[in-house]
Design a protein around this ligand. Structure first.
Ligand SMILES: Nc1ncnc2c1ncn2[C@@H]1O[C@H](COP(=O)(O)OP(=O)(O)OP(=O)(O)O)[C@@H](O)[C@H]1O
Ligand SMILES: [Mg+2]
Length: 377
């Protein structure tokens, strides 16, 4: 666990580049620091391995103040991947990966075994790449070597400072996928810096949002997308981003609470009245009178009533549609679209975990949501 406790940093005792940084990264967690250039991301990260010391406050690793640990010992526990892959050009890939193990006086065999293992782990053929030089590798491959080097002595913490920013989008995607896989498999605690919100959302279990040396929001990507703490965060995240990630948009975000219910034993005359008074096309039929929190048992549409209205005393449960689908409020937009399309429905009641009615998704509401996905088209 890494704890930042009211950490501030000033180089001149007048201007603070970090102010009261206070957050916790749990063991095994992937936390992303985002924010615009100069907001203090790199500085925050370097406090962990003491490339920079704080002016006030403390950084603790598993309860221990890093100021009280010998930096050399500290850095053995912490892998560090810098923005440029930072490989030594005159050394082979193998030698580059083995730099720290060599400093720690690992035997040649043990070092090589570890380097070969890491190359394979990062999807590079070890027999081919071990003896190559950095200039013979692509940008993406060099970046992988940078990561391999950070993993060489199996640190439990890895710090990554904009490691993928120089890569093309496709290579970047695939290395992002690899690092996610690695973190799952190896259970490393990762602090990752980026100024790319897409990358932050994809990788981060939590995102710390920095501005002018302060954390203005710390939360899961979902929390930040849905409830940006300030207008600045909202702007940075992009107002339309929710719509660009439909799988993150939930039925509860798009459902309407504007619906009427009628109990099953209500008669058609009452149903008709409700439709007229509330200017709606459908009613959700529920077991009990106050149907808002009970289970829906059917649907009644205006057009059914027009033909059945002769007998005003007929009960709605006798003519209602019982063959209807429901959605859960935690389903995502894509699931809602799928369901709506597959059953060709106009109205889908939305239930909570207890199967109680909490809203409704209409095909019109969905069309609005879908239009929101691509506001520019
Ligand atoms: N050695 C230094 N002396 C004085 N000020 C510094 C020093 N190093 C960094 N700063 C200032 O601290 C602030 C934060 O810098 P930092 O490198 O942490 O930003 P960053 O968020 O990583 O930015 P970028 O996205 O451009 O890498 C900046 O305003 C920078 O000018
Ligand atoms: Mg930086």
């Amino acid at each position: 666990m890494i704890e930042f406790k009211k950490v501030s940093k000033s180089y001149d005792k007048i201007n603070y580049v970090l102010k009261n940084i206070d957050f916790t990264v749990k063991t095994g967690e992937f936390v992303v620091l985002v924010g615009e250039s100069g907001c203090g991301k790199t500085t925050t990260m370097k406090l962990v391995n003491r490339l920079i010391d704080s002016s006030e406050g403390e950084v603790r690793i598993d309860g221990e103040n890093v100021r009280e640990v010998d930096p050399i010992i500290l850095r053995r526990r912490i892998g560090y991947v810098i923005q440029k892959e930072g490989l030594m050009p005159h050394m082979t890939i193998g030698e580059n990966i083995e730099l720290v193990p060599k400093l720690l006086k690992w035997s040649k065999e043990k070092r090589k075994q570890r380097a070969m293992e890491l190359l394979e782990l990062l999807s590079l053929n070890a027999d081919i790449y071990y003896d190559k030089y950095p200039h013979e590798l692509s940008g993406g491959q060099k970046q992988r070597i940078g990561i391999a080097r950070a993993l060489a002595i199996n640190p439990d913490i890895i710090l990554m400072d904009e490691p993928f920013s120089a890569l093309d989008p496709i290579t970047r995607e695939s290395i992002q996928d690899e690092i996610l896989k690695l973190q799952k498999e190896l259970g490393k605690t990762i602090i990752f810096v980026t100024h790319d919100m897409d990358e932050a959302i994809k990788l981060g279990e939590k995102i710390a949002f920095l501005k002018d040396g302060e954390i203005i929001q710390y939360g899961t990507p979902d929390e930040i997308l849905k409830n940006p703490a300030t207008d600045y965060v909202k702007q940075f995240v992009g107002d339309d981003r929710m719509w660009k990630t439909p799988s993150k948009l939930l039925v509860s975000d798009i459902m309407s609470k504007n619906y009427r219910t009628i109990e099953g034993r209500g008669n058609l005359s009452r149903a008709f009245n409700l439709l007229q008074t509330h200017d709606t096309d459908f009613l959700i039929v529920t077991q009990k009178e106050d149907g808002y929190h009970s289970e829906p048992i059917g649907l009644i549409f205006r057009k059914n009533l027009i033909s059945g209205i002769e007998n005003k005393n007929t009960r709605v449960r006798e003519i209602m549609y019982t063959d209807f689908e429901t959605l859960n409020k935690d389903n995502n937009l894509l699931e809602a679209i799928d369901k709506m399309a597959s059953i060709n429905a106009r109205v889908i009641p939305v239930l909570n975990k207890e199967n109680k009615l909490v809203g409704v998704v209409t095909n019109l509401g969905l069309v609005d949501a879908i239009n929101g996905i691509a506001p520019t088209n």
